[in-house]
Write a protein that binds this ligand. Structure first.
Ligand SMILES: *[C@@H]1O[C@H](CO)[C@@H](O)[C@H](O)[C@H]1NC(C)=O
Ligand SMILES: *[C@@H]1O[C@H](CO)[C@@H](O)[C@H](O)[C@H]1NC(C)=O
Ligand SMILES: *[C@@H]1O[C@H](CO)[C@@H](O)[C@H](O)[C@H]1NC(C)=O
Length: 363
């Protein structure tokens, strides 16, 4: 008899049981931890922060939500393996020197992207200006957007117009919303272009920072033709201009007068971005519109107007604040260019052919 009154054979048996349990527990914990590391192989993870901090809404000065950042997961699915030595496209640049992806057909898997964003419940604000005669383009814009633009995701359109009663009734899918915001009628179309940054900045401060996670600012004289999916979402997004993407930097129509706040010297520049679309997280687009608005005011105080108004300022901004994602001209084609060149495999969104002299007032 030992101290605890357990007979020696029983003691050995208990010791044996204890060791078995210990081994079992060790294997159990191993199983728990290993897949966590392994999950980086079969699963693709995108980070977006959708936390809309409640505190930011209560403060007097609008604090903007942080860059969306929620881990979006993809369940195991059958898709083509990405091959390190086989680039999907070798006719176009698919990544910038600062490692931002350039989105072209063939560089992404639409089904994978869709399933990653399916349960994210993010809202994308989308602004358009339908002022003066441009109101005629709104119906086509909205109807084609409902067909092709960020399908299945929450989209909130913000239509800025001087004719709220003329806004067409377009049937919206579930999760889609539209707000109509009255703006004054400006005397020159350049004025609309000059005021757009300021109006978007103010609307983000007033409400969009509460109502959305991402934002795209778009021209209204446009139509969607095929998929524009969540592959376009990013912290700061610019789109290559369909007329300039083949050109060298000295041929870009940047503002070249050093007196302007939009000035870019001849030996600088990455791409020429078209102002018909820009976007990103609400926070980053707020910073962009605020800076461009400031620069537009600085130029105005010197009685200067940059050569392509807000587009010149946008190009200045995106040169010194690199976009995290660049969209190819598939996402911003111009129907006046005629047929598609072989590098453009699909036309997703394009400017409709119009007679500028007919739709622009007082030019
Ligand atoms: C996500 O956003 C919240 C609220 O704005 C912020 O407090 C938090 O730090 C963000 N998380 C990350 C990982 O950036
Ligand atoms: C998704 O977000 C909207 C508002 O942004 C909210 O009303 C809704 O309850 C959310 N849905 C889920 C499933 O979280
Ligand atoms: C649309 O947005 C407005 C303004 O944010 C909101 O009051 C309204 O409830 C929304 N409607 C739907 C159907 O989500």
């Amino acid at each position: 008899m030992n101290k605890k009154g357990v007979k020696p054979p029983l003691r050995y048996f208990l010791l044996f049981v204890f060791v078995i349990l210990l081994l079992g527990a060790a294997r159990y914990f191993e199983r728990l931890t290993v897949p966590m590391h392994r999950s980086f192989c079969p699963q693709s993870v995108v980070t977006t922060n959708v936390t809309r901090s409640a505190s930011s809404i209560n403060q007097n000065r609008p604090a903007l939500p942080a860059t969306p950042q929620e881990v979006l997961q993809l369940r195991r699915a059958n898709y083509e393996q990405p091959r390190a030595l086989i680039p999907p496209r070798n006719d176009v640049l698919t990544v910038t020197p600062w490692l931002a992806p350039i989105v072209w057909e063939g560089t992404f898997d639409p089904d994978m992207i869709d399933s990653m964003y399916k349960s994210s419940n993010i809202t994308i604000a989308t602004t358009v200006f339908a002022v003066g005669k441009y109101i005629q383009f709104l119906r086509d814009f909205l109807e084609t957007a409902e067909k092709y633009y960020l399908s299945g995701l929450r989209v909130h359109y913000y239509v800025f117009t001087d004719q709220p009663q003329e806004v067409p009734r377009v049937e919206l899918a579930v999760g889609r919303n539209i707000s109509i915001i009255q703006v004054p009628k400006y005397s020159r179309w350049q004025e609309i272009s000059l005021r757009r940054m300021e109006i978007i900045q103010r609307t983000i401060e007033e409400r969009i920072h509460i109502e959305a996670d991402y934002i795209f600012c778009m021209d209204v004289d446009m139509k969607f033709h095929s998929r524009w999916g969540p592959e376009t979402l990013g912290t700061l997004v610019g789109v290559l201009h369909p007329w300039y993407y083949e050109f060298t930097r000295d041929q870009f129509t940047y503002e070249r007068r050093p007196e302007s706040a939009a000035y870019i010297p001849m030996e600088e520049g990455d791409f020429y971005y078209m102002a018909a679309v820009f976007g990103g997280s609400v926070k980053e687009v707020h910073a962009l519109t605020k800076k461009c608005h400031e620069h537009l005011e600085v130029d105005k105080s010197k009685d200067l107007e940059a050569i392509w108004q807000e587009e010149s300022h946008l190009n200045w901004y995106l040169l010194y604040n690199k976009p995290t994602k660049v969209l190819s001209p598939e996402y911003l084609w111009d129907d006046q260019k005629g047929g598609l060149p072989k590098d453009i495999k699909v036309k997703r969104f394009s400017a409709v052919i119009k007679n500028k002299w007919e739709v622009r007032d007082n030019v």
